[in-house]
Write a protein that binds this ligand. Structure first.
Ligand SMILES: Cc1cc2nc3c(=O)[nH]c(=O)nc-3n(C[C@H](O)[C@H](O)[C@H](O)COP(=O)(O)OP(=O)(O)OC[C@H]3O[C@@H](n4cnc5c(N)ncnc54)[C@H](O)[C@@H]3O)c2cc1C
Length: 405
């Protein structure tokens, strides 16, 4: 096999790993480049963790579902709460999707467990040349292929040749920047505070996944499997608040006590502060260079759509690259990839996550009441609930993308 018969994938995040595994499963060789090594791969900050039904079907296709299911929590239901009134607004049950998917639930399983299990599968796959501790720095393309420049594990500069290069590098994609592709959208002025706590919130009526509206301090609350079992609580912060002050143990305790007073200290296992962007790349493909996942689009985590839609990019792209490498189609199918996945990023992922934040943070009492009544009515009507869940679980986005030529 020559170098021109393989695909170069940058980044062993969920997107790069799923793409590499899906390609290799179809007999396509991959060189997967990741800057982290075995010594620090598991030291990444907590991030995504809610895996929607359609994503679980794709995980099953590459043998990943059976690895992560035992490490996660099967969560058929999720809640909307009104913190201001201290009551539940709506409960949605994925059972309404029982005729739409084999997985009528989400799997609460953190990104770090997913990449850990997927990396093991990649290591066992002979068609994936895995280059850990190797940092991608730049690339060129010509009529026959691409040349990636990297700094390898020995600290030497090296060139790697392939037919196509896919950026699964995440939001700071060098490929996107080198191609001069605009990352259109905006960044919220307020950062989100994430606190991880060992405390069982089900005793207060919460379920594994909760979206909590409040005009002053909206919140999200998610349950993760341990040991120890943990819950992740998200809070907004003021734009100019000092990071050290925000993440001081006393400040974290005070926020949690204000959220649910328990009279004793919460067992806090971690915290971090992150900036939220809503951005979509103007192009997903230039010649032999393609963007997927966070390198192509980023959004707020409210609704759990970033990692999921990135993984949907990966499988869409894997099918198209496979047909190109088998010489069954020309590479114009990559333009269809861009049309399909850019449409999903703009019309579904961005639209939905922006709306989710607006609903949770709404300050006008009349609009809040209307929003809450609508959510409640939707959850109580099986037909409306199914339509709502098809949208929030991204099944609708996949069906719509299939219609785009
Ligand atoms: C707090 C938080 C919570 C979230 N919750 C959810 C959720 O519940 N559900 C959801 O769907 N999404 C969620 N997201 C979004 C989700 O984490 C991302 O969408 C997802 O991780 C993107 O995957 P990716 O593979 O595209 O990029 P990444 O996960 O960023 O992975 C990129 C990989 O590329 C490597 N890399 C980067 N640069 C280089 C280089 N130059 N050379 C070699 N390797 C490189 C990195 O080390 C990394 O391994 C959340 C995000 C945040 C911040």
């Amino acid at each position: 096999m020559s170098a021109s018969d393989r695909i170069i994938v940058i980044g062993a995040g969920p997107v790069g790993l799923c793409l590499s595994l899906a390609l290799a499963q179809e007999g396509i060789a991959v060189c997967l480049i990741e800057t982290l090594g075995d010594d620090n791969f598991l030291e990444q900050v907590p991030r995504a963790g809610t895996n929607h039904p359609a994503t679980l079907e794709l995980f099953e296709r590459i043998g990943l579902y059976e690895k992560i299911e035992p490490r996660g929590i099967i969560a058929p239901r999720f809640h909307y709460w009104d913190r201001h009134e201290g009551k539940r607004i709506a409960e949605f049950d994925h059972i309404h999707l029982k005729d739409d998917t084999r997985f009528p639930y989400v799997l609460q399983c953190e990104r770090i467990k997913i990449v850990e299990e997927a990396l093991k599968l990649a290591k066992a796959q002979p068609l994936i040349e895995l280059r850990l501790k190797t940092t991608f720095t730049s690339f060129q393309q010509d009529a026959d292929g691409v040349t990636a420049h990297v700094v390898n594990a020995a600290g030497e500069t090296e060139t790697i040749r392939g037919a196509y290069i896919v950026s699964g590098e995440g939001a700071r994609s060098i490929v996107r920047k080198d191609l001069g592709i605009e990352f259109e959208g905006f960044t919220y002025p307020d950062r989100t505070l994430n606190i991880e706590v060992a405390y069982d919130f089900t005793r207060h009526g919460y379920t594994e996944r909760n979206y909590i509206s409040d005009p002053d301090e909206w919140s999200n609350l998610f349950h993760w499997k341990g040991p120890p079992d943990r819950w992740r609580v998200h809070f907004p912060t003021e734009p100019n608040e000092d990071e050290t002050a925000l993440t001081r143990p006393e400040a974290l305790q005070a926020r949690l006590q204000k959220f649910i007073p328990t009279g004793r200290d919460y067992d806090i296992v971690g915290s971090n502060l992150y900036v939220v962007h809503q951005r979509v790349a103007k192009k997903f493909r230039v010649g032999r260079a393609i963007l997927a996942g966070d390198s192509a689009h980023v959004n707020s985590p409210i609704g759990a759509m970033g990692m999921n839609s990135g993984i949907h990019d990966a499988f869409n792209l894997a099918d198209k690259l496979t047909s190109i490498m088998r010489r069954e189609t020309g590479d114009e199918v990559l333009d269809r990839y861009e049309r399909q996945r850019r449409h999903v990023a703009l019309q579904h992922t961005q639209a939905e996550t922006i709306r989710n934040k607006r609903v949770l943070a709404e300050k006008d009492p009349a609009v809040r009441r209307k929003n809450h009544e609508q959510l409640h009515r939707t959850s109580e009507d099986p037909k409306l609930a199914r339509a709502f869940l098809l949208r929030t679980s991204l099944i609708e986005s996949l069906r719509e993308a299939e219609q785009i030529q």
